[in-house]
Design a protein around this ligand. Sequence first.
Ligand SMILES: Nc1nc2c(ncn2[C@@H]2O[C@H](COP(=O)(O)OP(=O)(O)OP(=O)(O)O)[C@@H](O)[C@H]2O)c(=O)[nH]1
Ligand SMILES: [Mg+2]
Ligand SMILES: [Zn+2]
Length: 351
Amino acid sequence: MPKFRGDSDDWLDQEGTKSKRRGGSAGKNKPVGRAIDLPVEKANAVVAEIFPNQCRVRMDGSALALLCSYRRAGVVGKSSTEVRERTPVAVGDRVFVQSTGSHTGIIEGICLRKNSLSRPAPGREEGSLYHTLAANIDLLVIVVSVCEPNFSSGLVDRFLVAAESEKIPVVIGLTKIDLKVGEETPWKIYEELGYSVLLLSSKDRTGVTQMMQAIQGKTVVFCGQSGVGKTSLLRVLLDDPTLGKIGAVNPTTGKGRHTTTGAVLVGDAHDSRWIDTPGVREFGLTRIPANELSRYFLEMQNLSCSKITCCHQDEPGCKAHGLIRYPSYRRILDSLLEIEKSRSVQKFPLK
Ligand SMILES: Nc1nc2c(ncn2[C@@H]2O[C@H](COP(=O)(O)OP(=O)(O)OP(=O)(O)O)[C@@H](O)[C@H]2O)c(=O)[nH]1
Ligand SMILES: [Mg+2]
Ligand SMILES: [Zn+2]
């Protein structure tokens, strides 16, 4: 299988190597549009892994994997405000493939997605080029660990906003509960908001039955920080101790080592499809207008602020300021406003 240059597909997290890689492969990672004109019933395969200018697909109804190139790759984004995608397809995309050999084929068409999980690609056009981690998701499992690495509420909130905006159902998978839990239980707030939090351990198999029930019959994406145990969990769920690679967290920092390097459809068992993703340090949001952000914070949906069009910034009579996740809302809001400002598409009334 072809490999991306460097040791990680997750170049969005490789701030130090990013520009070098771009410069060294002129045009290779250029933004590419998608030929999205195929009716869903015409698809005969699902995208399982992405490589430069190629992808691996799994043919429907068989275990056959084909390495495919694209018939119709081309740049779609034309205006400076249009948001464009980094690769023509994402893992989970439904496609029509014409085989060209026993292990090769060509992607002839791509179906319209029902949803996707994307984040902005960094660089000169911040906010106008994005990277889709996975598409056509029935359930997003936001994997967090009780420790090693520490629970990151900011990251969970960003994943939740992305999922809510795409109407993707969510489960929070709290791993490593076999390790000592301290006084703090930052995941409780999410339970109180109504999100399902499953307590898990890949070491002693705690919660495996509940997780299997939650994902039955679905296309499920596992996402989260590096080192939280996404691949370990998938190994246990799929009962495959050889699946992917597992990497110990750094004992000094408690952080993961970005062991999984690209999104990959790892299993097709129990009538379900499971997608492992590379760990992220941060999750930038794209395609969410700043003035719509509060829609995706469940506790902000029915606030009785004085101003009916309150954006929950600094308006008098705003009821959002006392909410536990308000600081998180403001951080995300500020980052979205920054992107809109740089792209001159700001609709937010206050700044
Ligand atoms: N104690 C304990 N350790 C775990 C558990 N799950 C994973 N680990 C350990 O955590 C480390 C990271 O596990 P991975 O499965 O590689 O984590 P990941 O989220 O896939 O990491 P990336 O691929 O870098 O994003 C490994 O040393 C695992 O053995 C768990 O439930 N309990
Ligand atoms: Mg992994
Ligand atoms: Zn308000």
